[in-house]
Design a protein around this ligand. Structure first.
Ligand code: AMP
Length: 279
């Protein structure tokens, strides 16, 4: 695998793939796990060359402590990337991406940016939009792969591409889970043994929500979820809601002919986990 730290060296290498070749791209923040690898494997299958970026983007963290504690393990990441025969790793510094202006652009994306994570993490999606747009401009990919684990982010990137007319096809990839159902996340390594055990409640709750959705009202389901979490001393529920997959607006009544999803954000100690399920 080739590793580049500068835009210039990466672009020089990628210039040999101009023409009919397809460039696949998977942006990540590192501390890689099977969830990331599933995206990378899809990219490798569908493209002539696949680029993975590892960049812990400072502007998307609304909480400095979360940024400082974000797990990092570049040598393990390189081993994992080589195990799936990834072609290129792009691991730039913050200076390389932001020059000397560590600021986000402000994005208006039909209100998608104001729901859920946008409401609870001030400036988060401006940071995400800024870095993804910048990375797309650098890599110029044919296809880019994002996980449904961050479903709101996936829809926001789709909207950003539509609005900016960037020539990249966005692919959503299914959520990869641990054997007990917990959605894989780089932050999971920060959970202690007890927290890790408790965290299984998140997906168990979502599975039950999916069953309840067939017979109960959204209000009854929402009350049941908040009651389940109130019994748990280690965890606090930040939000639970059922929303339309396209608008991401929460819905109070079941709608025919539109798909919806249940979304959840939970704090366990100082670790914040999110998950979702289609209904
Ligand atoms: P991150 O490194 O957390 O920024 O994630 C990089 C990409 O991997 C994003 O598109 C995530 O949605 C995706 N991803 C993270 N965890 C998972 C998972 N458990 N299953 C599928 N995709 C994931």
């Amino acid at each position: 695998m080739l590793i580049f730290e500068t835009i210039k060296s990466l672009q020089l290498y990628l210039s040999s793939f101009l023409g009919d070749n397809k460039i696949g791209f998977v942006p990540t923040m590192g501390a890689l796990h099977q969830g990331h690898l599933s995206l990378i494997q899809k990219s490798i299958e569908e493209n002539d060359v696949s680029v993975v970026s590892i960049f812990v983007n400072p502007t998307q963290f609304n909480n400095q402590d979360d940024l400082l504690k974000y797990p990092k393990n570049l040598s393990k990441d390189i081993t994992l990337l080589e195990s799936v025969s990834c072609d290129v790793l792009f691991a730039p510094s913050a200076d390389e991406i932001y020059k000397n202006k560590l600021e986000s652009e402000a994005f208006v994306l039909d209100g998608l940016e104001n729901q859920m994570e946008g409401r609870y993490r001030n400036g988060h999606f401006d940071g995400v939009g800024t870095v993804v747009k910048r990375l797309f401009e650098i890599v110029n990919p044919t296809n880019a792969y994002f996980g449904e684990k961050d479903f709101q982010q996936l829809q926001i990137i789709r909207k950003l591409v539509e609005k900016t007319e960037l020539k990249v096809t966005i692919h959503g990839c299914e959520i990869i889970r641990e054997a007990d159902g917990l959605a894989m996340s780089s932050r999971n390594v920060r959970l202690n043994k007890n927290q890790r055990q408790e965290s299984t409640v998140i997906y168990k709750t979502l599975r039950k929500v999916k069953r309840l959705f067939l017979t109960k009202s959204i209000q009854e389901i929402t009350e049941w979820v908040s009651n389940e979490f109130s019994k748990n001393a280690e965890m606090s529920l930040e939000y639970f809601l059922i929303a339309d997959e396209q608008t991401l607006k929460s819905i109070n009544t079941k709608e025919l002919n539109s798909s919806c999803r249940a979304f959840i954000a939970v704090n366990i100690g100082d670790i914040r986990l999110i998950d979702n399920i289609n209904l």
